[in-house]
Design a protein around this ligand. Structure first.
Ligand code: NAD
Ligand code: IPM
Ligand code: MN
Length: 368
C-alpha cells in the first residue's frame, strides 16, 4: 500500500476508470467536483488527492483485445486507496465480455463483498409514488457482490442445436452469506437504524436460499436490538412500492440486489441519481453510479452526473473525509432544489454545466 490513509488522513490515491458511453462523460465531472471540495482554503489545508486515469473499456478491448490488463488487480490493491468507476457496456461488444472481465473481475478479485446502494429521495417531485415525501424514501440496499448467479459457473450442452441446454449455477457459501448479512446488521446498529429486512426466494430456491434462511436466523439472534424480518423477493418488490417507509436496511443476494437497486433508484428519481459503493472494509474499494453506459444518450452531453458525484461522496466517506462528503451531498441537494439539473430530472442543463455548478457551489461553501 503506497499511502495507508483510509483513516481520514490528508492524502489519497484514486484510480479513475471512466469506462464506456456516459461513464466517460459523468466521471470527469465527479473528479472536477472532488477536486473543488479538496482544494486548499483559508480555513484549511485541503486534501491532497491524486488521480490516475485508466482507459480500460470497449475501445481498448476492441483495439488491443485487452480488458483487465495483467497485474491490474494487484496494482489497484497495492497502490490505490479507492477506485472511481464510470460504467461499462458497448453495443460493439454484444457479449459484454470486457465488462464482465473488468467490473465483475474487480468486484470478485478485490473481494468487494458489500455492494452498498443507498436509496434517498432528494426532492419530493422526483418520486413516481403519490404523496411520498423525502423522509419516506430512505433506505440502504446491501447486495452480496462476490457470489450467487454472477460467478460464471455454468456451461452449454449441445450448443446451437435444437436440444441445447444451458446451465448457470447459483453459488452461495456460508461465509459469503454470513459476512453480508452481518455487515447489514452492523451498519444498522452503527447508524442507529432499527430495521433490517433479508430477502430471498427460499420458497422456490430450496437449497441456495435455504442457506440464506439458516444463516439469517443464526445472525439475527445476535442483534436483538434490531427489528429483523424476512420477505420473499417478489413481495419485497411490491412492498417497496406500496409503502417504502417500512425499510431502513435491506440485504439480499447478488442478482436480486441488482434488480431491486434499480427499483429503489427509480423510487428516488431514477438511475441518474443513484450511487453505489463496492466495498471490502479496510481495503481498496470501488465507487460507481448504479447506472450503465446508456448508449441511447451517450455522446450527447446530457447524462446526469449526480449519481457519479454521490458515489464520490460515498468514496470520501469511505476515506474518512466526512465534511467533504457532506459538502458534495449538500451541493447535489442545492442543484436539485434550484432545478439546475439534466433532462432526466426535468431540467435543461448539460452534464458539464451541472458539474461546473456543483464545483462552484462547493468552492463557494468552502470560502464562506
Ligand atoms: P443504463 O443504466 O445504461 O440505461 C438505462 C436507462 O437509464 C437509459 O434510458 C438511459 O438513458 C438512462 N440513464 C442511465 N443513466 C443515466 C444518467 N446518468 N443520466 C440520464 N439518463 C440515464 O442501462 P442499460 O441501457 O440496460 O445498459 C446499457 C449498457 O450498460 C449495457 O451494456 C449494460 O450491460 C451496461 N451496464 C453497466 C453497468 C455498470 O457498469 N455498472 C450498470 C448497468 C448497465
Ligand atoms: C450493475 C450492473 C452490472 C451488474 C452489470 C453491468 C453486469 O447492472 O452494476 O448494477 O449486474 O452488477
Ligand atoms: Mn444493475
Amino acid at each position: 500500500m503506497a499511502i495507508p490513509l483510509r483513516d481520514g488522513g490528508p492524502a489519497a490515491r484514486i484510480a479513475v476508470i471512466p469506462g464506456d458511453g456516459i461513464g466517460k462523460e459523468v466521471t470527469p465531472e465527479a473528479v472536477k467536483v472532488i477536486k473543488a471540495v479538496c482544494a486548499p482554503t483559508k480555513r484549511g489545508t485541503g486534501r491532497n488527492m491524486e488521480f490516475v486515469e485508466f482507459d480500460w473499456g470497449a475501445d481498448k478491448y476492441l483495439k488491443e483485445k485487452v480488458s483487465l490488463p495483467p497485474g491490474a488487480v494487484e496494482m489497484l490493491r497495492d497502490e490505490f486507496d479507492a477506485i472511481l468507476f464510470g460504467a461499462l457496456g458497448d453495443p460493439r461488444v454484444p457479449s459484454n465480455q470486457h465488462a464482465a472481465d473488468i467490473l465483475l473481475g474487480l468486484r470478485f478479485k478485490l473481494d468487494l463483498y458489500v455492494n452498498a446502494r443507498p436509496v434517498e429521495l432528494y426532492h419530493q417531485k422526483f418520486t413516481p409514488l403519490r404523496d411520498r415525501r423525502e423522509e419516506d424514501i430512505r433506505m440502504m440496499v446491501f447486495r452480496e457482490n462476490t457470489e450467487g448467479l454472477y460467478v460464471g459457473v455454468g456451461g452449454f450442452f449441445k450448443k446451437d442445436t435444437p436440444d441445447e441446454i444451458a446451465f448457470q449455477e447459483d453459488v452461495n457459501s456460508r461465509k459469503g452469506v454470513e459476512r453480508i448479512i452481518r455487515y447489514a446488521f452492523e451498519y444498522a446498529r452503527a447508524k442507529g437504524l432499527k430495521r433490517v429486512c433479508m430477502s430471498d426466494k427460499s420458497n422456490a430456491m430450496t437449497f441456495a436460499h435455504d442457506l440464506w434462511q439458516r444463516v439469517f436466523k443464526q445472525v439475527r439472534a445476535e442483534y436483538a436490538d434490531i427489528d429483523s424480518r424476512h420477505l420473499y423477493i417478489d413481495t419485497l418488490a411490491m412492498e417497496m412500492i406500496r409503502d417504502p417507509r417500512q425499510f431502513d436496511v435491506i440485504v439480499t443476494n447478488n442478482l436480486f440486489g441488482d434488480i431491486i437497486s434499480d427499483l429503489g433508484a427509480q423510487l428516488a428519481g431514477g438511475l441518474g441519481l443513484a450511487p453505489s459503493g463496492n466495498i471490502h472494509p479496510g481495503r481498496t474499494s470501488l465507487f460507481e453510479p448504479v447506472h450503465g453506459s446508456a448508449p441511447n444518450i451517450a455522446g450527447k452531453g446530457i447524462a446526469n452526473p449526480l449519481g457519479s458525484v454521490l458515489a464520490s461522496a460515498m468514496m470520501l466517506e469511505f476515506l474518512g473525509w466526512h465534511p467533504e462528503a457532506q459538502s458534495l451531498r449538500a451541493a447535489v441537494k442545492a442543484a436539485v432544489h434550484e432545478n439546475f439539473v439534466t433532462a432526466d430530472l426535468g431540467g435543461d442543463k448539460s452534464t458539464i454545466q451541472v458539474g461546473d455548478w456543483l464545483a462552484a457551489s462547493v468552492a463557494k461553501n468552502l470560502s464562506d
